[in-house]
Design a protein around this ligand. Sequence first.
Ligand code: NAD
Length: 257
Amino acid sequence: MGLMDGKVAVIFGVANKRSIAWGITQALADHGAKLALNYQNERMEDGVRKLVADLPQPAYVAPCDVTVPGQTESYFAGIAKEFGHVDALVHCIAFARREELGGQFVNTSWEGYAIAQQVSAYSLVEMCRHAAPLMEGREAGVVTLSYYGAEKVVPNYNVMGVAKAALESSVRYLANDLGPRGVRVNAISAGPIKTLSAMGVSDFSSLHQSMAEKAPLRRNVTQEDVGNTALFLLSHLSRGITGQVIYVDSGYSILGA
Ligand code: NAD
């Protein structure tokens, strides 16, 4: 018996096989979920379609760039038509301009600040607004991805740290709004994983290496570690948990100096 047998899971953020969203997709697929994914633009469509072709069951795939007005709403209209309801929503997207992910945070431009907030934090609010009527009364779950740079200064993470702080706060407000409708909202704060987005952060490799050296478990986390925690947070096993940020970081965040 799979933990997600027959449940509909909508996953945003698969770009390639290294994406954290792909680790989550595989965990949910292994547990019987019916899957719906997005691709950000035409350039990414082929890659996403090729990946999902290897899944044990066919997946619904449609475009959604959260910066294109009306596209998130249209995406969920497509989901309503295809499935009629949603049991799990995975928000695994973020963006900041490369020039804002290095040097000093004080030099962040308004445009750079705004786009990071729109894609990395506000998009969760918009997705929840469109998904909520489809999740109503189903003991549904929402999971988003954060990082330690939301709460502590991490070199070069800059504008993304501020966006993740907004994201984590949004998780709490959304959990309070949607709880009475039977929807839980949680975040996973993941340790560094080598993905396309992560490589955009200046000197990411040093961060990745030092985490494995210092973290209590003395290793980096994997897509699979995050995927399994997302599965837990989206399944009935976590039905008493909402509004939380759960660390999947080999324990790094408990350290003092
Ligand atoms: P990734 O590059 O594989 O995924 C990022 C995704 O964001 C891509 O699928 C991309 O298409 C999507 N995206 C960007 N702009 C978008 C837009 N305008 N509309 C729709 N989608 C858009 O990288 P990842 O590391 O798997 O990132 C997934 C999430 O995990 C992000 O929120 C990231 O901040 C978070 N995270 C990553 C790490 C890490 O070290 N990799 C650690 C903690 C948290």
